[in-house]
Design a protein around this ligand. Structure first.
Ligand SMILES: [Ca+2]
Ligand SMILES: [Ca+2]
Ligand SMILES: [Ca+2]
Length: 375
């Protein structure tokens, strides 16, 4: 079992409608899929050998209230085809360039600023800015700034950090957008620790931290620094980054969907993606409901590129009771989603449901099944 960001945290069960992703354009018209917090990260872990980065609970927006969800006619929609629910570049300074020329090495300096919406989470530290820079000595600095709307950063139980896709390939590394390493400050009751993890299979495993890795918190800013070479990055390399803020109750990702790209040398384009040959990894989680009411069937569809179409099937003994299909749309590998099913009044007892997905390249996932108890 593997943990990340302080490990397995019992989470508050609540549902929100997933906000529409700002990208890519063809998916914008697809109604949002519904997600919810993991009831327990331990569930996610125990569902497979896949270690979890952590399930970040959703960011509530005013338009995404629970009440709105409950009254929305989700079931009818589901019956048909239900929804699941800048960097700026700084040119090399002349001084740095001169130093490089003199030293004869391919070093460089650059910086970039990325933003995440302020006010999109209440019960975790609210990621607002991710500032990345690197100097000509090969040190990368990552600053995370948190807004006023969420929890104070650094409270016990919080984990604040980043995951990096070091080869800029979402199809390698973990299912969490293809990240190869993650590091975070883990704020515990007995002190703060700097955690470091590497990809192990589709998830993360604790690993010795690079000697150069440092992490500090100062007010509303968490700052990490590490030598690019210690991460295996070439002097002209780059990476994709996602910031992760977790509390025992909720979480925030920056960006909310996908990753930001950063290049050590200004103006370098990220490498072209090879064809996607990696299938999504699905997990069904034990769920429950009541007859005559809408049951929420919890699952994760984890694809490195974060786009899946899902099929959820409900069985009683060997008999198929219902098939719920979710159109191809953004699916964050950090989230647990709900498929909603209005349970017929006559159905109760121990059922079972299974989930499987395909990604945009039609790679097919495993099938994962879990108990569904209807009272
Ligand atoms: Ca935010
Ligand atoms: Ca990767
Ligand atoms: Ca894939």
């Amino acid at each position: 079992m593997v943990e990340f960001f302080g490990g397995l945290i019992q989470r508050e069960a609540r549902s929100v409608r997933r906000k529409p992703s700002p990208s890519p354009a063809p998916l914008q018209s697809i109604p949002p899929r519904v997600r919810r917090t993991a009831r327990s990260l331990a569930v996610l872990i125990s569902g497979s050998a896949d270690p979890a980065f952590g399930c970040v609970s959703p960011a509530l927006e005013p338009a995404e209230t629970l009440d709105g969800l409950e009254t929305a006619p989700r079931e009818d929609a589901m019956r048909r085809k239900p929804p699941r629910t800048r960097r700026w570049l700084r040119a090399l300074s002349l001084a740095a360039l001169g130093a490089l020329v003199l030293a004869g090495i391919a070093g460089a300096a650059n910086s970039g600023s990325f933003t995440d919406r302020p006010g999109d989470v209440k019960l975790a530290a609210d990621v607002t800015n991710i500032d990345v820079s690197n100097d000509d000595a090969g040190t990368i600095t990552i600053g995370l700034t948190f807004g006023d709307g969420g929890l104070t950063p650094g409270l016990p139980g919080e984990d604040l950090g980043v995951a990096l896709d070091l080869d800029q390939n979402p199809d390698t590394g973990t299912v969490y957008y293809g990240t190869e390493v993650g590091f975070a400050l883990d704020f515990g009751v007995s002190g703060t620790t700097l955690k470091f993890e590497r990809a192990a299979g589709s998830g993360f495993a604790s690993a010795p931290a690079p000697a150069s890795l440092q992490g500090t918190i100062n007010g509303a800013t968490v700052t990490f620094s590490v030598k690019a070479a210690d991460l295996g990055l070439a002097p002209n390399g780059g990476f994709n980054i996602v910031a992760v803020s977790e509390s025992p109750l909720a979480g925030d990702l920056g960006p909310d969907f996908g990753t930001f790209n950063y290049q050590l040398v200004a103006g370098t384009p990220p490498p072209a993606l090879p064809p996607d040959t990696r299938a999504p990894l699905d997990h069904a989680f034990a769920s429950h409901g009541a007859h005559g009411r809408v049951a929420r069937l919890a699952y994760a569809a984890q694809d490195g590129r974060g786009v899946t179409a899902d099929t959820v099937r409900v069985y009683r003994r060997g008999r198929l009771l219902r098939t719920i299909q979710i159109s191809l749309s953004n699916a964050s590998p950090f989230y647990v989603y709900d498929a909603r099913w209005r349970v017929p009044r006559t159905v109760r007892g121990r059922l079972r449901f299974c989930v499987g997905s395909v990604d945009a390249a039609r790679n097919k996932s495993n099938s994962s099944c879990a108990p569904l108890v209807i009272r």
